[in-house]
Design a protein around this ligand. Structure first.
Ligand code: PGA
Length: 257
């Protein structure tokens, strides 16, 4: 039985004190039927952890230590008490790392399938559960390539990962065109893609596929969360904008009951 997970991705929002205040406002909505994790910016991690809430990071660098100015390692996050970390978010992936694609489809940090895999390996070694984001752009969807794009992202990210390790990974299906746009992928299509992801996982990390949680992300809000979370292959949500609004996020947490 997979326990639903509701993860709030705060992105580059909220100071440490604002973040801690938001967590205290939503904590009354936490319940045993689902796990809730908030993912603040690096500078707000410590204050968030002090509330006692489960906390994730939004990114990590894969090396253990060394001359990597501006970077934070999985070991450093684990030492703080961080238990989840997002990797491969479409805002950090660099689609081809070049400016010839539309800016709305472009990651800012040129993360590649290979760096995503290296980050997953580093996080697993540090005891942190990776939240692996996959998803297609609008152009890829319109060209009929949705499934192939996602299968490519999954196989590259999970190459060489054992099924025991894979069972600790959470996959988030985030269609790029639905992120921050207010456009949600309709529920039957979100379920179809999440089901396709689970079938693909069977081929990649066989024994773990049924245990792994698959989240939907992209304009999740109180109004659509219950419908999405009721689907057999959707085990919760990765929530951006709505996780910054206490009442919205509380309602989304309730929807995972
Ligand atoms: P959104 O973001 O809920 O604001 O669309 C989701 C995400 O980027 O993880």
């Amino acid at each position: 039985m997979r326990k639903p997970l509701v993860a709030g991705n705060w992105k580059m929002n909220l100071t440490p004190s604002e973040g801690a205040r938001l967590i205290r406002e939503i904590q009354s909505a936490f319940h045993d039927a689902a796990e809730v994790v908030v993912c603040p910016s690096f500078v707000a991690l410590i204050d968030a952890l002090e509330t006692g809430a489960p906390v994730g990071a939004q990114d990590v660098f894969w090396k253990e230590s060394g001359a990597f100015t501006g970077s934070i390692s999985a070991g450093m996050l684990a030492n703080l008490g961080v238990t989840y970390c997002i990797v491969g978010h479409s805002e950090t992936r660099g689609r081809f790392g070049k400016l010839e694609v539309d800016e709305s489809c472009l990651g800012y940090f040129s993360e590649t399938d290979e760096t995503v895999r290296l980050k997953i390996v580093a996080l697993l070694a540090a005891g942190i559960a990776p939240v692996l984001c996959v998803g297609e752009t609008l152009a890829e969807r319109e060209a009929g390539n949705t499934d192939a794009v996602i299968q490519g992202q999954l196989s590259a990210a999970l190459m060489g990962i054992s099924s025991t390790d894979a069972s600790r990974i959470v996959v988030a299906y985030e269609p790029v065109w639905a992120i921050g746009t207010g456009k949600t992928c309709d529920t039957p299509e979100a379920e179809r893609v999440c089901g396709m992801i689970r079938s693909s996982l069977t081929g990649l990390v066989d024994g773990a596929a049924e245990e792994m949680r698959i989240l939907y992300g992209g304009s999740v809000k109180a109004a659509n969360a219950a419908d999405l979370f009721a689907q057999p292959n959707i085990d919760g949500g990765l929530v951006g904008g709505a996780s910054l609004i206490a009442d919205e996020f509380k309602a989304i947490i309730q929807a995972a009951k």
